[in-house]
Design a protein around this ligand. Structure first.
Ligand SMILES: [Zn+2]
Length: 441
């Protein structure tokens, strides 16, 4: 009897604690094309993320977080719905998030939250369905198309939103573009992260994307570009730091759940691919940072594999949100050893059976990039995928079986969703933005 009493007391304390968290604010910050391994937070040699390093001391840092696909539209759609892109049936880029799925913003709006977003990437145009559920949706490129000014504009909007909504429950999503090519940070950000320049020469005609070549003028060293990419990370970190500082200054830190991540990584010469993301499912493109700050929860570093589509299930658990269907992701509060994931790519895909990860390269990928078909890695020991493990036919068949199992499950789930497939009209400014970021030729 005593034991039952104690159990009920624990249950009561647990539920009342969760109950208090039931109205926490939510701040999600995503940074485009940000590789985890180029952040000092994840052990990179340059000090690229001092503000996130500091903030993360009180957060949970996921060391093996993956996107579902290294392309903006589909990746962020799966973050905002908790569903795999194969369930959403969304195009990797320029894809429409159809109606018929319940987005995080819609679920929170229904709960009485004020919902706002400030984003810079033409793929997130409201015509593509990404504004669903947001009271306020700031498409920054439509106000000012200059990429170099976007972080400042997003941050100003965020500060204003936080000040105006400090007194009631809110959800704010910010999407920074800085580390996305072209890498053109102001010189001061490059200086701050300089040192140890990689002087490996790059072929002046290099691959950027799907079999496409460009001439690099005047800078034959890979390190020149990597330093600029790193400078863009340092710049994004500075502005994210300002938002976090404001949150603290307003006394909102113990009332707000904060999630910081990226839609995908970036290829910086690994696997014959440069300054792009999408074709291949190697970690350079799919391993992302993921930071979860939950007031009152213990900080720490978690090694189990997690996914960007775990964001919605986590928020749903903490804020007690109900979804009318089962989500593909699972809560970050209960990481699972041996987690299995399917990651899509345009010229291949990967199956994670953590810590093992098998990358499959398609025929098209082999043609363009001259790679083999299968690569197996222990990504816990070898996150940069330098040392492929010996392959056996048993391993190949096990991973192939896993892939087919995932695909079968997702196709079945996707059939349950119907709804409009159309897309609204995209503005001229969005087309210009998509061109400047290389999405449209
Ligand atoms: Zn992106």
């Amino acid at each position: 009897m005593k034991k039952i009493g104690m159990f009920l007391l624990v249950l009561f304390l647990f539920s009342s604690c969760r109950g208090r968290q039931d109205r926490l604010n939510l701040l999600i910050i995503t940074i485009d094309a940000l590789r985890a391994d180029h952040m000092s937070l994840y052990g990179y040699s340059r000090r690229t993320s001092p503000n996130l390093d500091e903030f993360s001391r009180r957060a949970r840092v996921f060391e093996n977080a993956f996107c579902t696909i290294p392309k903006t539209s589909a990746s962020l759609a799966s973050m905002l719905t908790g569903l795999h892109p194969s369930v959403l049936k969304i195009k990797p880029n320029l894809g429409t998030l159809r109606k018929g799925f319940l987005t995080l913003a819609e679920a929170l709006k229904e709960k009485g939250y004020t919902t706002g977003a400030s984003v810079f990437n033409g793929n997130l145009d409201r015509a593509f369905g990404f504004a669903q559920g947001f009271d306020f949706y700031d498409e920054v490129w439509k106000r000012d198309s200059r990429k170099e000014l976007s972080a400042d504009l997003i941050t100003r909007t965020a500060v204003k939103f936080l000040r105006e909504n400090a007194d009631h429950s809110f959800f704010l999503w910010l999407h920074y573009i800085d580390p996305h090519a072209p890498y053109q940070p102001q010189e001061k950000w490059v200086e701050e992260t300089s040192g140890g320049m990689d002087i490996r020469e790059v072929n002046p005609r290099i691959v950027v994307g799907e079999g496409e070549w460009v001439d690099l003028e005047g800078h034959p060293h890979l390190g020149y570009y990597v330093a600029r990419y790193d400078g863009e990370i340092r710049k994004a970190d500075y502005y994210v730091g300002k938002v976090l500082e404001e949150l603290k200054g307003l006394g909102l830190l113990n009332k707000t759940m904060v999630i910081i991540s990226a839609d995908h990584g970036e290829e910086l010469g690994e696997h014959n691919l440069f300054f792009d993301h999408g074709p291949l499912p190697f970690n350079s493109s799919v391993r992302i940072p993921l930071i979860l700050y939950l007031p009152g929860e213990k900080p720490g570093r978690i090694k189990d594999a997690v996914s960007l589509m775990d964001v919605v299930p986590t928020v749903a658990e903490v804020l007690n949100l109900q979804f009318p269907y089962s989500l593909t992701g699972s809560s970050l509060l209960h990481p699972q050893p041996g987690r299995r994931l399917l990651i899509l790519g345009l010229m291949g895909h990967a199956v994670v059976d953590f810590p093992e990860k098998m990358n499959f390269i398609s025929e098209r990928g082999r043609q363009y990039l001259g790679l083999g078909s299968y690569y197996l890695y222990d990504v816990k020991e070898d996150p940069l995928e330098h040392h492929p493990l010996p392959l056996t036919s048993l391993k190949i068949s096990r991973f192939t079986h896993l892939r087919d199992w995932f695909l079968g499950k997702y196709i079945k789930q996707s059939k349950k969703f119907r709804g409009h497939r159309g897309q609204g009209k995209i503005s001229r400014k969005t087309m210009e933005n998509l061109k400047s970021l290389g999405y449209v030729k």
